[in-house]
Design a protein around this ligand. Structure first.
Ligand code: GAR
Length: 191
């Protein structure tokens, strides 16, 4: 069996995708080890989760740095020290800048709770609901310098014709977890 690939997960909030990916890695469902959590919110639940799961984290506050380039340089040096090969954004609420993109070009992926290119940006599920959408979904895509705009890797649809944002969000989250694990597995097994 081949060696485990080293992954970093970037997240800013609740961390359900982080938890699903880390659990899959621990169980050997994906040939990976979560080497680092990068988080820009010290109070986020995902930071506690990483601690409980014994996963190292780098928690930073953008305001402690003079610029995005400065904090991204620090992130890149931590990723290199941990020999990270693949970066998975999972609810990381910052735009990835040039430092990180040029250091890990083609090796950064993101999950977004809509069928892109529809409903980019924040509040994607709410936006779709406001339009009266009946087919929601999730997309995994490569990250480039545009907002939610890199080449699409995988998508899955969810039919929903109700008006509870909580209900549709829970449905989308559960397909996100499956889709992320399957996509990571495919990407890593190809290498
Ligand atoms: C997920 O639904 C993810 O698709 C979304 O944030 C949520 C994080 O949930 N990401 C975006 O909206 C990116 N534009 P989690 O913290 O429970 O994994």
């Amino acid at each position: 069996m081949s060696a485990k690939h080293k992954i970093a997960i970037f997240a800013s909030g609740y961390g359900s995708n982080f938890e699903a990916i880390a659990t899959a890695a621990f169980a050997g469902v994906i040939p990976a080890e979560i080497s680092l959590l990068v988080c820009d919110k010290s109070e986020a639940r995902v930071v506690e989760l990483a601690q409980k799961m014994g996963i190292p984290s780098f928690v930073f506050s953008a305001k402690d740095y003079a610029s995005k380039a400065d904090y991204e340089r620090e992130i890149v040096s931590r990723l290199r020290a941990a020999e990270v090969e693949l970066i998975c954004l999972a609810g990381y609420m910052k735009i990835v800048g040039e430092e990180l993109l040029s250091a890990y070009e083609g090796h950064i992926i993101n999950i977004h709770p809509s069928l892109l290119p529809s409903f980019k940006g924040a509040r994607a599920i709410e936006q779709a609901m406001e339009y009266g959408v009946k087919i929601f979904g999730a997309t995994i895509h490569y990250v480039d310098s545009s907002l939610d705009g890199g080449r699409i890797i995988a998508q899955r649809a969810v039919e929903y014709d109700g008006n509870s944002i909580e209900e549709v969000t829970a449905k989308i989250h559960s397909i996100e977890h499956e889709l992320y694990i399957q996509t990571i597995s495919k990407l890593l097994n190809k290498e």
